[in-house]
Design a protein. Structure first.
Length: 242
């Protein structure tokens, strides 16, 4: 996969050098662990790493992308280690798993996320991608602050039964078991997926290494509302994709 995309003050591209990858890993560690370090795992070697940089060349956002040509290949991705994805594995259409999507804490400009999605839209159209999926993270491992958010997910955004992931991890929180308490809102990335018609699993996995609760999230590209799809494609027209 290749990508080159620029809009306003920001540009998106893929990592091409070891130094690029290290910059992505360092930003991920800063975002997910809150301190200086290097977040690396074996999936980094099989993924492409999207970088969003400002005019000074500073990395302000990153995500790693794994292109899956057909359903059975889904087992090689990160999410398959935590969820039973046998439903999606029956799909013949190409997919992209998006992981470790994060934005630098001091990059508060909404255009950062806008450019990231514009670049992804160009890539989706160029490669004929049918599904985008991954794990969206809620900070911490205590589900209590998110009871209301999880109940809303269960009531309004549950995935279709044939495709919905089954339980695989031994450390999960089922949405149906939670009281509708808590006032902490959903993460911005998850809200973006849902606004485009995305759906979620019926449980969250407790990740005690990352210190997060993560929820499987999937977007059927064909189900994106027409107005939203048109806006994203208008933005993506400035992308240069071979």
């Amino acid at each position: 996969m290749t990508i080159s995309f620029q809009s306003g003050r920001y540009a998106a591209r893929f990592a091409v050098t070891p130094a690029d990858l290290l910059a992505c890993q360092r930003l991920r560690h800063r975002c997910f662990f809150g301190r200086v370090g290097c977040d690396a795992d074996p999936y980094d070697t099989i993924c492409a790493h999207m970088m969003v940089e400002d005019q000074a060349g500073r990395l302000v956002a990153t995500a790693r992308l794994l292109e899956i040509a057909t359903g059975p290949e889904i087992t090689k991705g990160y999410a398959a280690g935590y969820y039973d994805l046998s439903g999606l594995a029956q799909c013949a259409a190409p997919m992209i798993e998006i992981g470790r999507f994060c934005i630098a804490p001091d990059a508060r400009d909404a255009d950062v996320l806008r450019v990231a999605w514009g670049a992804l839209t160009g890539l989706v159209d160029a490669r004929g991608i049918a599904f985008l999926f991954g794990c969206t993270s809620f900070a911490g491992t205590d589900p209590a602050p998110y009871g209301q958010a999880f109940k809303r997910l269960a009531a309004r955004h549950m995935g279709p039964a044939p495709l919905r992931p089954g339980v695989k991890s031994s450390d999960v929180v089922r949405f149906a078991d939670l009281p509708p308490a808590g006032i902490v809102p959903m993460p911005p990335l998850l809200r973006t997926y849902l606004a485009m018609g995305g759906w979620v699993s019926d449980h969250a996995v407790i990740d005690r290494v990352m210190q997060t609760l993560h929820v499987f999230t999937c977007l059927d590209v064909a189900a994106v509302p027409p107005a939203r799809a048109a806006a994203l494609r208008a933005l993506a027209q400035t992308a240069s994709l071979p």
